[in-house]
Design a binder for this molecule. Structure first.
Ligand code: NAD
Length: 497
């Protein structure tokens, strides 16, 4: 095993040398990463096939192209993102310059998950590079083919003084976490998220935790049930349900449930044929442990749809369970497989109570054309995000993506990834000129009511004061300062006489 202390020290030396800071250097590395994806597309499809029997379409759309498109966006915008922001100024700072610099943190650790093993590892890495950091990249050992691919390929494209892949399982990650990083970005389960958070807190290292949980779907009779079923089952079946934003369970009324089950039978046949096991488009479960966990969940029920499995190639059929009690194991932990339990309620208010009685989900899916109920559901629940009338497609936007509560902390995607890996360093530039000094001199002792009043006027936050109005105030300030200055001058002259 690479010595974690030596590894982190090497990267720290590089960071301290300033090598990763120039924008040109960052762009060069990001373009090399893009070339890595473009020149190794076939190899990536192959390793994703080995790990998860991922289809070409899912490999390209949800991993490779996803990474390339994110890089294109970052490369096109990086120069403007790194520019210091100039925030609006208050009256008290009219003569000053205000800047917010985007400082790289330093040496950051990115820990990836096995379900989208390349995308979930390298998307944050691109943001960390863009922000000017050195990066230790820790792929999931569970998706071993993808981990090996990244360990072998990345050094051929990225500068090894700055970016290193560190392979390994629990023991190696535990050793790595003893080191002091400047930022840790973790994707995986909430359970391990707590371990990461605890380790990071020993060094007061800031973290982003991209976790999981049970993401509910609410479907009501105002929706087109057929279209909703297709969209829901597509989101449930991609990667065989091993997706952090997969719809976990469905909430609906009894009559909607029966219509949904009919549509689901038809949809699954349409997607995967009469025997889904033969379909090349359905992934397999990552390992035996996960397979056995899913089979145990199915065995406790009489599936309304599906229910078959085959241990020889870790196949689990898309399965819908309707005989579900809220206390059943399938309603306890995140399912992370192609099994969809359905629970019934009387209305949207009951759905809200059910959701709020559980941990905050990563995403809440709502299928409805009833605007009043949609608003009610959004306003009265808390989740990482909400998607109305579809599943998964919010991942195709550049809006911040992340959880809340046990589904995670922090967010990323698009510019938010760059922001995640940048410390916002506020910098106030003042000058030592006579005007500024005269205006500010009221802060010095000896204190007086006159000085206090003037300072309060200067510091008062003014809601909705237009820039035009501020310019009058500046003129007033300058006039006032000149008057004070002249008075002071005359007094000094008289004193000297
Ligand atoms: P995993 O087993 O691959 O673990 C993730 C990472 O944590 C790996 O790199 C692994 O080496 C490391 N790890 C595991 N145990 C550890 C320990 N004891 N100490 C230190 N490091 C350890 O993945 P998983 O946890 O099975 O992932 C599935 C979960 O991840 C699901 O809950 C899913 O919802 C969540 N997830 C979330 C997102 C998101 O973006 N929010 C994305 C994908 C997966």
């Amino acid at each position: 095993m690479t010595n974690p202390s030596e590894l982190v020290q090497t990267l720290r030396n590089t960071f301290n040398s300033g090598k990763t800071k120039p924008v040109e250097f960052r762009l060069k590395q990001l373009k090399a990463l893009q070339r890595l994806y473009e020149e190794n597309t076939e190899a990536m499809i192959e390793v994703l096939g080995k790990d998860l029997r991922k289809s070409k379409q899912e490999s390209i759309l949800l991993e490779i192209d996803y990474l390339i498109n994110d890089l294109r966006h970052t490369i096109a915008n990086l120069r403007s993102w790194v520019e210091p922001e100039q925030p609006p100024k208050g009256f008290v700072n009219m003569l000053d310059s205000l800047y917010i610099y985007n400082d790289p943190y330093g040496v950051v650790l990115v820990i990836g998950s096995w379900n989208y093993p390349i995308q979930l590892t390298l998307l944050p890495v691109a943001g960390a590079i863009a922000a000017g950091n050195c990066v230790v990249i820790k792929p999931s050992e569970v998706s071993s083919a993808s981990s090996k691919f990244m360990a072998e390929t990345i050094p051929k494209y990225l500068d090894s003084d700055c970016y290193r892949v560190f392979e390994g399982g629990v023991a190696e990650t535990t050793a790595l976490l003893k080191e002091k990083f400047d930022y840790i970005f973790y994707t995986g389960s909430s359970q391990v998220g707590k371990i990461i958070h605890t380790a990071a807190s020993q060094h007061l290292t800031p973290v982003t935790l991209e976790l999981g949980g049970k993401s509910p779907v609410y479907l009501d009779k105002s929706a087109d049930i057929k279209v909703a079923t297709k969209r829901l089952l597509w989101g449930k079946c991609i990667n065989a349900g091993q997706t952090c934003v997969a719809p976990d369970y469905l909430i609906c009324t009894r009559d909607v449930r029966d219509r949904f089950v009919d549509c689901a039978k038809e949809t699954i046949r349409e997607f995967f044929g009469s025997d889904p096991k033969q379909s090349p488009d359905l992934c397999r479960i990552i390992n035996d442990r996960q397979f056995q966990r899913l089979v145990a969940l199915i065995k406790q029920h009489k599936p309304a749809v599906g229910g078959n499995f085959d241990a020889s190639d870790r196949y689990v059929e898309p399965t819908i369970l309707t005989d579900v009690d809220l206390k059943d194991p399938v309603m306890k932990d995140e399912i992370f497989g192609p099994i969809l339990p359905v629970v019934t309620v009387d209305d949207a208010s009951e759905a809200i109570k059910l959701i709020n009685a559980r941990e905050k989900p990563l995403v809440f899916y709502i299928f409805s054309n009833n605007k009043k109920d949609v608003k009610l559901l959004i306003d009265n629940t808390s989740s990482g995000g909400v998607l109305v009338n579809d599943t998964i497609m919010h991942m195709a936007t550049d809006m911040p993506f992340g959880g809340v509560g046990t589904s995670g902390m922090g967010s990323y995607h698009g510019k938010y990834t760059f922001d995640t890996f940048s410390h916002k360093k506020s910098c106030l530039y003042k000058d030592l000129g006579i005007l500024g000094e005269t205006l500010a001199s009221s802060r010095y002792p000896p204190y007086s009511d006159r000085k206090l009043k003037f300072l309060q006027l200067l510091l008062k936050k003014r809601q909705g004061v237009s820039f035009k109005c501020l310019s009058y105030l500046v003129v007033f300030g300058i006039g006032f300062a000149s008057a004070v200055g002249c008075k002071h001058l005359l007094e000094t002259k008289n004193f000297l006489k």
